[in-house]
Write a protein that binds this ligand. Sequence first.
Ligand code: IVH
Length: 671
Amino acid sequence: MNRQSAVARIEALREQIRRHDHLYYVLDSPELSDAEYDALFRELQIQEDIFPDLRTPDSPTQRVGGEPLSSFPSVPHEAPMLSLDSDQTEEALRRFTDRVERGVDNPSRVAWVVEPKLDGLSIELLYESGLLIRASTRGDGVRGEGITENARTIRSIPLRLRDEARPVPARLAVRGEVIIRVDAFDALNERLISEERPPFANPRNAAAGSLRQLDPRITASRPLEVYAYDVLASSGLDVATQWETLAALRDWGFLVNEYPERVADAEGILAYHERLHTQRDELPFEIDGIVIKLDDLTAREELGFTSRHPRWAFAFKFPPQVEQTRIERILASVGRTGVVTPVAIMEPVNIGGVTVTRASLHNREELARKDVRPGDLVRVQRAGDVIPQVLGRIEEPDRERGPAFRMPATCPSCDTELVERGPFTVCPNSFACRAQLKGRIQYFGSRGALDIEGLGEETARLLVDEGLVERLPDLLDLTAEQLVELEGFAEISAGNLVAAIEAASKPELYRFVAALGIPEVGGAVSRSLARHFGTLDAIIGADEDALTDVEGVGPIMAARIVAFFAEPHNAENMARLTERMQVQAAEAALVGGALEGKTFVFTGGMESMSRSDAKKRAEALGAKVTGSVSKKTDYVVAGADPGSKLDKANKLGVTVLDEAGFLALLEEVGE
Ligand code: IVH
C-alpha cells in the first residue's frame, strides 16, 4: 500500500475502532466479536508499524501504556477542584435545600439533579480541539499530579471527543470519578492473591493504587473506569443545566452514569436517597451516598462558593456501616493458592441489613498490627459488596484478654508443614492439598496452561468432592466410566473429557510449566524458562543462579521455583505427572547446530569477548548454556579468575576449556 492510501486506511480503521470502543466500553453494547475487533486493531498496528510517522497520540493503539515515569509532574487545574459539603442527616439536607431556595432569585425555578456518590477518586481531563492533552488527580484542589499517560490506558476515557451529535468546545475540562467495579475488583484481588501479592482492601484503594502507578503498563492491566459528571471549565460551551451537561458529556463519548435523576424538592431527594441506599449492594460500583446538585447553572452562579465547596451542591451520605461485635475465635483457612488466612469468627452482627459473622484478618502481619484476639470487642465495617473488615479493637480496661492467635505450624487441610513468605503463610503442598485442589485442577486445564476443554470450575469441584481426584496427577487416570457417574455428565461428554485430557498429555514444555501454577510464574515466564532451558529436567535441576539468568526471572521468583520443586510432596507428584505425560522439549533447544545437545557453563572473564557474547556464540550453535555445573554439563569454559564452578567441574570430571580452547572448539565445529 502506498503512503497516500495508507493515510486513508489508517483513518478509516481508527474511526471504526473508536466507534467499537465506544460501543463496548461506554454503551456496553458491542457489535463485533473479539476476533473481529482484534483483526481491525492488528491491521491498524501493522499500518502504523509500516508508516510510524502516521502514528498519532489519539490513535487507539496508543492505549497500551508507554515508558515508566520516575515521578508525576505537578500540574495546575483549569478551575479549582472543590470538594462537597456533606452530612448524613435529613435535617442537614433540609437546611441545605432551604438555604439554596432562599439564596436564589427565582425559587420556583429550583430543581435538583441527584446522582450516586461514587466511591473512587476525582480526576480532571483536559481537551483541546477535542483531543485529550492532560489528565490529573485532584491533589490539593489547585494542583494535582499529571497522570496523562495512565489516563490514556483507560478505555472509557475518549482520546478524541465525538462531535457528531454536538459541537466540541475549543477547550474543555471535565471532572469525573475513577472507579473499579465490584466484580472487576473481586477478579483483580483474586489475581493478586494467586500471584501471592497483597490484595487491595476495597475498590477505592484499588482504583487509587492502580491510577497512581509510575508504569502506565500496570495501569493498563487494571480494570479502571471513569464516570464523567461535571464540566470544570470550557470555552464556548452552551448548556444551561446540569441535566444538559450530562447529556453533552454522553454525546462527546464519555461514560456517564445512568442513575442520575431530576427531582423537584427535598421529598424527591429523600426518596432517591432511600432507594439508592436499599439498592446499594446490587449496584455494580461502590457508592457512599448521593450528590445533590442545583440543576440551573445560572442559579448556581448566584450562589457561588465558599473557600472549600460550592454552595449549590451537597453530598448526602449514607450512615456508616460500622458496628461492634465480639470475636468468638480465629481460625486458619487455606485458599485456592495455598495461602493460609487467619479468619475472625464473630458473634453475628447486623451491618446495614446484612448479618456478618466472619471477616478475613488477611495475614500474619496484619493480624499482629491489629492485635485482635479471641474474646475481643471489635469494630467491624462493611462497604458495599466487599467482604467485612475488622477495623480494630475497642479497649476494655476491666477485661482480661485471652492469648493471641498463632498461625498453625501445619496445614489445617493436609497437615503439611507451612512455610512463611513475607507476611503470608503458605501450604507448599501444591498438588495434593485438598483445599487447593479444585483451583489447581481448573488452572491446569485453563487456556494459557494445558487448554483442556470441559475442565472448568464445576467439573473440578465435582472431581474433588466425589473423590475421583485426590491429587492432581489422578486427573490423568480418569476413565469415562467414572465420569459418567458424575452429575451433569453423559457418555459423550465423559468420553470427550477423557479424550481432551489424553490429547493434552503431550504438552509443549511452556504449557506444562504454566500449568503447574508455580507462584509468580505466569505464561510469559513459562515461555522464557522453556526457551532458556529446553527441557523439563533442566528447569527442575536449575539452581537460583541459573534461574536468574532467564529473562523475566528475578531472585524472588527464582527462590519460589526452586522451593516449589524441592517440596517433597510436589516432587513426588511431579514424578507421577511426568510418568504419565510426555512433555515436549522446547523448540529453541532443538535448532540443529553443531553444538546441539551440549551443555555449557561459563565462569570467569575472557579477553577477546564478553562472557555474554561467548554464551550467545555457543547458543547460536545449538548449545545450551546453564549457570551451574552438574554431571550433565559437557563443558565448563573457565576464563580469568574462575569461581567455584571450576572446582566443581574438576571434582565431577567435566571437560574444562580455557578461552583458547573454547575458540578452537568454535573453529573446529565451523562457526
Ligand atoms: S461533583 C464541585 N458528583 O465526591 C462539585 N462528585 O466528597 C464536585 N464524587 O471529590 C464534585 N461522585 O470525588 C460530584 N456524582 C458526583 C460524584 C462526586 C463522587 C466525589 C468526588 C468529590 C467527592 C466529594
